[in-house]
Design a protein around this ligand. Structure first.
Ligand code: SAH
Length: 292
């Protein structure tokens, strides 16, 4: 297993941006080439932007080119997606109270701009949720950091379950903090999109599943941590049961209209006891049943 992994994982995430996508002897990819390769590999749906996005998002709505020759918007966006911009994002997280060095490190190496539409790449390191299509969003960096810090609580994480893969960003961050990451998505095109987004990162320890995350993954349980990236009225019982004793589950809980959601931490104290703490006010997309 280990040797197979080593074979499949020649690059660290941190190396990724500086190296070509394949291990063939292609010349080092420049920013524009990387962007084009990504755009070509992953054409996005035209209709994914919300009407209430700021004006700069209108570029894509108006049908600005996404493929072919670099355009001014793309070049400008790439200038904003460097490691230094990511470092500044991490600095802000630290200033705002994120202490866990593993969370900060993971977020400093995972290229968030590679998980959003190229037209939104310039905003990838702002503290904002961004649309990923199908009425879903990639969570704000500060919320991802908060949830993962709560889930980890300074412990070694072997197995982690994420509900709501979305574009795969949080799973990629988790993969730098845990032994094995399992992530479930109920919307087929997003599950496919996450696979495409994660492929160039060559992350060997993420297993993506298409299914209803409310049911968890009994075959892979118990989990040291479970992170739910969508808000339900309660935490599904199946997920509570799949938490290891001593494990921690973090989830937004509350009405799906979003007004009264509370980030909730559940710790499994014993076989039959769970302790719940209600923490921050948050705003997440709804946790839904079934698959589409
Ligand atoms: N972790 C993601 C956040 C995605 S938003 C990221 O880093 O971008 C939340 C996701 O939860 C959406 O993609 C939504 O489709 C998914 N979701 C909602 N209910 C679900 C369920 N029952 N099972 C699996 N995924 C679900």
């Amino acid at each position: 297993m280990t040797s197979e992994r080593a074979k499949r994982f020649p690059l660290g995430l941190a190396d990724l941006e500086r190296k070509p996508r394949t291990s063939t002897a292609a010349p080092r990819a420049g920013s524009d080439e990387r962007a084009r390769a990504r755009t070509n590999a992953a054409p996005r749906e035209a209709g994914l932007l919300r009407a209430d996005m700021p004006a700069s998002h209108g570029l894509e709505k108006m049908g600005a080119p996404r493929m072919g020759a670099p355009n001014v918007a793309l070049t400008g966006a790439l200038a904003l997606t460097s490691e230094r911009v990511r470092e500044r994002m991490v600095e802000r997280l630290r200033t705002n109270g994120v202490l866990d060095a593993r969370v900060l490190h993971a977020m400093s190496v995972v290229p968030r701009h590679m998980f959003v539409d190229p037209g939104l790449a310039a905003q990838a390191y702002e503290d904002a949720a961004l649309p990923i299509g199908h009425q879903q969003t990639i969570s704000k960096p500060s919320v991802v950091a908060r949830m993962l810090e709560l889930a980890a609580a300074g412990r070694e994480l072997q197995r982690v379950l994420e509900i709501g893969t979305g574009c795969g960003y949080q799973a990629a961050v988790l993969s730098r903090m845990a032994g094995d990451v399992y992530s479930i998505e109920r919307i087929k095109p997003l599950y496919e999109r996450a696979k495409i987004n994660l492929r160039p990162l060559r992350v060997p320890n993420i297993r993506l599943h298409y299914g209803d995350g409310r049911l968890g993954l009994p075959a892979a349980a118990p989990f040291d941590a479970i992170v739910i990236a969508a808000a339900g009225l309660d935490v599904p019982q199946a997920l509570l049961e799949q938490l290891a004793i001593g494990g921690r589950l973090v989830a937004p809980v509350g009405a799906q209209s979003g007004q009264n959601q509370v980030l909730t931490l559940v710790e499994r104290v014993s076989n039959s006891q769970w302790r719940e703490s209600r923490l921050d006010r948050v705003f997440f997309v709804p946790l839904k049943s079934g698959v589409i």
